[in-house]
Ligand binder design. Structure first.
Ligand code: HEM
Length: 320
C-alpha cells in the first residue's frame, strides 16, 4: 500500500516536471550540429521578402501567435488535424507557413532531424526585424516542436478589443510584464491590419454607434476613408501611420499622439504604467531598440519544449 502511494507521488512529480519542462535555449545552438541553419532560414526569409514586401510583418506576427498558444513550439503550424490550433478565431489572418515549410525542407536535406520548426519561426522573426531596418539581435535556439495542437488552447490570445487590464493580465500569464506589453505591441511598427479590426473602433465604439474618442480628430477622416462604413473589411491599412514598412519607434510616437490604428495599441495610453513606458522613449534616454530586443527574446522563451515533451518534426505542418 505504502509502495503504491510512493509510486503515485513519483508519478505526480514526473507529470509536474514534464508539464513545466523547458528547453535549455542558447545562442548558437546549431553551430556544431547544423552550421548553416541560421543563414539558410535568413536566405528564405529575404528571398520571400524580395517578392512580397509584406513578408517581414507576416513572419514577426507568426512568432507571436506561435509563442502565445502552448509556447513557442510550432503548434500553430500543424495542419490537417481535427480541432487544430491554427483554425482559432484569434489566429485569423496569420500567414507565413509556406516560408517556414520551405526553409524546413531545405534544412531537412542538409541536416535531417536537427532543426525544429519552432526555432525556424523564431529565427525568421529575427530576420524579419533586421530586413525592416530594426535591431539585429541574436536569437536563442534549442526549442523542440510541440506534440499538441488544440484550438481550445488559443482562447486566451490577446484581442484587439481587450481592455488594457485584460491585455496586461494575458501578458502576465505568459511571464511578460507591462514593459513587454508596450514593447511587443510596438511590433506593430511594421505591417498592416484589415479594416475588419477597425469597424468597431470607427463605427460602433459606444452604445448607439460612434468612434473611439481617443482617435486624434485629424486622423479620423483618414481612417474612415480607408475603411468606410459597410465597406470591404478585407482592405488593409498600415498600423504605423507614415512608417509602416520601417521598424522604428514612430509607432510609439503615433500611439502617444492619438494616431494609433489598433484599439489595443491606443489603450496603452489608458493605463498610467504603460503610458509612462511609452513616454519614456521620448522623455528619457531609454533605448526602444534595445528594450524591444529584450522583450522579444523573453517572448521566445515562453513554454518552450525539450525532448521530454517535444521532438523535431520532419515536416512543420504534421506531427511525426
Ligand atoms: C498586444 C496584443 C496584440 C494584439 C491585440 C494584436 C492584434 C493584431 C491585429 C488585430 C493585427 C492585424 C491582423 C490582420 O489584419 O491581419 C495585428 C497585426 C500584426 N501584429 Fe499584432 N497584436 C498584438 C501583439 C503583437 C505582438 C506581441 C507582435 C510581435 C511581437 C505582433 C506583431 C504583429 C505584426 C507584425 C502584425 C502585422 C501583420 C501583417 O501585416 O500581416 N502583434 N496584430
Amino acid at each position: 500500500m505504502k509502495m503504491r502511494r510512493e509510486m503515485l507521488v513519483m508519478m505526480i512529480i514526473c507529470e509536474f516536471m514534464i508539464g513545466f519542462s523547458k528547453a535549455q535555449l542558447r545562442v548558437g545552438f546549431y553551430n556544431n550540429v547544423c552550421p548553416n541553419a541560421e543563414s539558410i532560414v535568413g536566405g528564405f526569409v529575404r528571398d520571400a521578402a524580395k517578392s512580397d514586401s509584406h513578408i517581414p510583418a507576416i513572419m514577426l506576427r507568426l512568432h507571436f501567435h506561435d509563442c502565445f498558444v502552448e509556447g513557442c513550439d510550432g503548434s500553430i503550424l500543424i495542419d490537417g488535424v481535427k480541432s487544430q490550433e491554427k483554425s482559432a478565431f484569434g489566429h485569423q489572418g496569420v500567414q507565413g507557413f509556406d516560408v517556414i515549410e520551405n526553409a524546413k525542407a531545405k534544412l531537412e536535406s542538409v541536416c535531417p532531424g536537427v532543426v525544429s520548426c519552432a526555432d525556424i519561426v523564431a529565427m525568421a522573426a529575427r530576420d524579419a526585424v533586421a530586413i525592416s531596418h530594426g535591431p539585429a539581435y541574436e536569437v536563442e535556439t534549442g526549442r523542440k516542436d510541440g506534440l499538441v495542437s488544440n484550438v481550445e488552447l488559443a482562447d486566451r490570445l490577446p484581442d484587439v478589443k481587450d481592455s488594457i487590464q485584460l491585455l496586461k493580465q494575458k501578458f502576465f500569464e505568459k511571464g511578460l510584464n507591462d514593459k513587454d506589453l508596450v514593447l511587443l505591441s510596438a511590433a506593430h511598427t511594421i505591417g498592416t491590419t484589415a479594416c475588419f479590426f477597425m469597424t468597431q473602433r470607427l463605427y460602433n465604439f459606444k452604445e448607439g454607434g460612434g468612434f473611439d474618442p481617443s482617435i486624434n480628430p485629424s486622423f479620423l477622416p483618414e481612417l474612415t476613408s480607408t475603411c468606410p462604413k459597410g465597406g470591404d473589411v478585407n482592405l488593409r491599412l498600415p498600423m504605423d501611420r507614415g512608417s509602416g514598412e520601417t521598424f522604428d519607434n514612430q509607432i510609439l510616437q503615433n500611439i502617444r499622439s492619438g494616431l494609433a490604428v489598433l484599439q489595443s495599441d491606443a489603450q496603452l495610453m489608458d493605463d498610467p504604467t504603460t503610458k509612462g513606458i511609452v513616454n519614456s522613449y521620448f522623455e528619457t534616454g531609454a533605448s526602444f531598440e534595445a528594450d524591444f530586443v529584450n522583450s522579444i527574446v523573453k517572448m521566445g522563451r515562453i513554454g518552450t519544449k525539450d525532448s521530454s515533451n517535444g521532438n523535431i518534426r520532419r515536416v512543420c505542418s504534421s506531427f511525426n
